[in-house]
Design a protein around this ligand. Structure first.
Ligand code: SF4
Length: 482
């Protein structure tokens, strides 16, 4: 079938432009790995492929299979490599078309395209994060047998734009909106700026157009994302935002000005802000959260640690006192706020005292949502070169201890919510999320299965198990009694 496609393509080549379009009925599938930011890229690629005339099918039926990878930490890289090998195996086993073209896109590809293309000749080509809008052209070249092995740029400059076709992977009642791309920080454990480039913000008017569109399409939840949402607009300020500048609309577009404009868009929806950096919180941003009724009372604020020495080593531009004050200020100004954070345990140089300080901090501040990750040594990061690496057994012990502590706090917070009423968004029959639950990240609420999917509902919480809550009318949880 694919060989026939190739003959057809040749006949169209008289224009000099290789085309492979709907007339030939070529099909594609996309597997999206990694975070919500990658998901948006995937959605743009699906949109671009569909607009070029490719039919979307299941991976085992596709003429072109695109795997959009994550390269953030080692487990993500392993997942990506395994997914690629699984696709190659399926093709070799005859479970997928024998001439299926596998394209690897995303962060892993952006970072290691040259090395991977040598090690994985079974892959048709590797494309980086700047090539998203060229995906149909690259897929066509793969089918024509004219593709390069790699399509990457040295420094990423791509910025999502509302004009680029997009098809949601998420259910239609919520959408991610990427407000900026790249990152201007240099956190010691992270290689994202090397993959995604420096921070660049989308124009506010362009984002508002997109938000209005999703709301008109029936979205009840808008999730604003970027590597650092609080840095939004600062790259365009006359005197560029420093690594510790706070959100300040008097200097230009900012997260606060964007939220206020979104808050004025008519419609029954809420807007959630993900990936804020503690260094850029300001009183203006806190006030905006407090005053805008459509802004979900939820703050995603990865803190990573609390000990000054570790925050310094991490290059987080914050210290313990600053973080404690900030959390107290946010909680005082925004009643009912739920704080979601992450911690990294076992960064090089972390002592037992640092670990104890983090443990005490978690006990005192009782975050509504939190996760802890053992430090992962990332090739090319500053921290990977640090001499005083913590033994893996120590990292595991410390992160396990913190995980158990967080699980206990989650349990208590769940119990405290029993008897409260809350507004939830119904994701699927019998499953909803409340204000403190971001999609795919936090917990869920079991609700009356007859509540309409994709709509808000008011429920009363009657039971809880850790992050899972049970509302009136929910079916009994299906426990494994074995
Ligand atoms: S803020 Fe730090 S951790 Fe987050 S993407 Fe930027 S460099 Fe990486």
């Amino acid at each position: 079938m694919v060989a026939m496609h190739r003959r057809c393509v040749k006949s169209l080549d008289s224009s000099g432009l290789p085309r492979y379009n709907a007339r030939m009925n070529a099909s594609f599938a996309l597997i999206s790995l990694g975070c919500a930011k990658n998901q948006v890229d995937s959605e743009h690629m699906v949109g671009c492929m569909a607009e070029a005339g490719f039919r979307q099918v299941e991976p085992v039926e596709a003429d072109v299979l695109i795997i959009n990878t994550c390269g953030f930490i080692d487990p993500a890289k392993e997942e990506a490599i395994n997914t690629i090998f699984d696709a190659v195996r399926a093709r070799e086993a005859g479970e997928a078309p024998a001439e299926q073209k596998i394209i690897v896109a995303g962060c892993l590809s952006q970072r290691y395209a040259k090395e991977l293309s040598k090690e994985m000749p079974e892959v048709a080509c590797f494309m980086g994060v700047d090539e998203i809008t060229r995906v149909a052209e690259i897929a066509t070249a793969c089918l024509n047998g004219t593709a390069e092995k790699t399509y990457t740029t040295k420094v990423s400059t791509y910025l999502p734009d509302w004009g680029v076709p997009r098809k949601l992977i998420s259910p239609p009642h919520y959408a991610y909106v990427k407000i900026a791309e790249g990152c201007n920080h240099a956190c010691a454990y992270c290689v994202i700026p090397r993959i995604r480039g420096g921070h660049r913000s989308r124009p506010q008017a362009n984002i508002l157009k997109e938000v209005r569109h999703w709301v008109e399409q029936g979205a009840r939840e808008i999730n604003l994302i970027a590597q650092d949402t609080t840095y939004y607009g600062m790259d365009k300020w006359e005197k560029r935002g420093s690594k510790t500048a706070g959100v300040d609309s008097s200097r230009g577009e900012s997260l606060a000005s964007l939220l206020r404009e979104i808050n004025d868009i008519p419609g029954d929806f809420w807007v959630r802000v993900l990936y804020t950096h503690p260094a850029h919180w300001s009183q203006e941003l806190i006030d905006t959260f407090a005053q805008c009724d459509k802004v979900v009372k939820y703050v995603d604020i990865p803190l990573q640690h609390i000990a000054d020495g570790i925050l310094d080593s991490m290059r987080r531009k914050t210290d313990g006192d600053y973080i404690r004050n900030l959390i107290r200020n946010i909680r005082a100004a925004v009643p009912g706020i739920g704080l979601r954070t992450t911690f990294i345990s076992g960064l090089p140089g972390e002592t037992e005292e640092d670990h104890a300080e983090l443990r005490d901090f978690i006990k005192e501040f009782r975050f509504e949502r939190a996760g802890v990750f053992p430090y992962s040594k990332e090739e090319g990061s500053l921290a990977a070169k640090m001499k005083n690496q913590v033994h893996h057994a120590t990292k595991k012990r410390r992160s396990n201890e913190l995980s158990m502590l967080l699980a206990g706090i989650a349990d208590e917070i769940g119990q405290e919510s029993i008897g409260t009423r809350m507004r939830v968004l119904v994701d699927a029959p019998g499953i909803a999320r409340g204000p403190w639950d971001a999609p795919d990240v936090d917990g869920s609420i079991h609700v009356d299965p007859t509540l309409p999917v994709g709509e808000f509902a008011e429920v009363e919480i009657v039971d809880s198990i850790a992050y899972e809550l049970f509302a009136d009318g929910a079916e009994d949880p299906d426990f494994d009694e074995a």
